[in-house]
Design a protein around this ligand. Structure first.
Ligand SMILES: Nc1ncnc2c1ncn2[C@@H]1O[C@H](COP(=O)(O)OP(=O)(O)OP(=O)(O)O)[C@@H](O)[C@H]1O
Ligand SMILES: [Mg+2]
Length: 218
């Protein structure tokens, strides 16, 4: 399902350290400077219950979390996020920028944890009542570059970030497969480009979407 509402829904996806948060911030300020109302949000999280679920699933110290449980926690957080935050903002006509969405679950739990990409997609489509981004910006990062970036300055890695490079390589392949499946809904960019260059490419792709009237993006 697509967004039959006046807002615009954009997801930033990619491996850990790809530059998602950096580019979401860049796009938010570019759009805000044009007078648009922008809601920046993230997953897991984005709601009070979602932030609690985020710390359950990402923090170390909760013992072993089996793969199905992990997938369902992410889906539960996303259900709250879609219904309480994203849909209402789209209905108000806002631009919603989310740092991660369904594709992250398909890649991390479906491919990374080997639960199967179709199964994970299905539970998430159910959880969100089919709410899909108008555009997904996929920042394609080499797992080694991602790890170097996120551990710069000795930052600690969370439960998923600290998985082996081979896990992150499977995730990268899964993201690229999702984009190849529906190229008209994706902008895939090499994450190693300079921040400003990426920001410009993203803005160029988003601009025409802002001009489209309600319903035409469906
Ligand atoms: N294009 C870029 N070139 C070089 N460094 C970058 C680039 N984009 C972001 N960085 C740096 O890499 C680090 C990770 O960036 P950022 O936090 O935006 O990634 P992320 O995808 O949101 O990561 P995470 O998955 O951990 O949330 C930051 O220190 C950021 O300044
Ligand atoms: Mg981030």
């Amino acid at each position: 399902m697509t967004t039959h509402n006046p807002g615009l829904f954009i997801a930033f996806e990619g491996g850990d350290g790809a530059g998602k948060s950096t580019q979401a911030a860049e796009l938010a300020s570019a759009l805000e400077s044009r007078g648009l109302k922008v809601l920046r949000t993230r997953e897991p999280g984005g709601t009070p219950i979602g932030e609690k679920l985020r710390s359950l699933v990402l923090d170390h110290g909760h013992g072993h979390i089996d793969a199905h449980t992990e997938a369902l926690i992410f889906a539960a957080s996303r259900a709250a996020h879609a219904s309480q935050v994203i849909r209402p903002a789209l209905e108000r006509g806002e631009v919603v920028l989310t740092d991660r969405y369904i594709d992250s679950s398909v890649a991390y739990q479906g491919a990374g944890r080997d639960l199967g990409t179709d199964a994970v997609r299905n539970i998430n489509e159910w959880a969100t009542s089919g709410l899909q981004p108008d555009l997904t910006v996929l920042l394609d990062v080499d797992p080694e570059v991602g790890r170097r970036r996120r551990t710069a300055g000795d930052a600690a890695e969370d439960r998923l970030e600290s998985e082996a490079d081979e896990f992150h390589a499977r995730i990268r392949t899964a993201f690229l497969a999702l984009a190849a499946d529906r190229p008209e809904r994706y902008l895939v960019l090499p994450a190693h480009l300079p921040v400003e260059k990426l920001a410009l490419r993203i803005l160029e792709r988003v601009e025409p979407l802002l001009a489209l009237p309600r319903g035409v993006r469906a």
